[in-house]
Write a protein that binds this ligand. Structure first.
Ligand code: ZN
Length: 99
């Protein structure tokens, strides 16, 4: 019996499905329907928090593993710009009593 060829696209779909299942199982907060890692912003900023016991900073600005983060990664979104806008929007909502 001839073996079926597995394409790169097939492997990418399997990988994407595995990442999806890992995310939904481990990081999606059902109660508030938000990503527990990034709050649905798609970006995780560990620049000031990922520091070793020896004081070595390993942090960086990362795309999240959630669907928003993966979409931003695929689009090559500018995370620095996004974080500036996100902070401005959060400040505006806070000043106006929304959050
Ligand atoms: Zn996320």
């Amino acid at each position: 019996m001839p073996q079926k060829q597995i394409s790169v696209a097939d492997l990418e779909r399997v990988q994407e499905k595995a990442i999806d299942e890992y995310f939904w199982h481990n990081f999606f907060n059902e109660d508030v329907r938000l990503c527990s890692l990034c709050g649905n912003s798609g970006v995780i900023d560990t620049r000031n928090t990922a520091v070793s016991g020896g004081g070595i900073n390993a942090g960086r600005l990362n795309y999240c593993i959630c669907p928003n983060g993966r979409a931003m990664r695929e689009e090559g979104a500018d995370m620095e710009a996004y974080m500036r806008i996100h902070k401005d929007v959060a400040a505006f909502l806070n000043q106006n009593g929304v959050i």
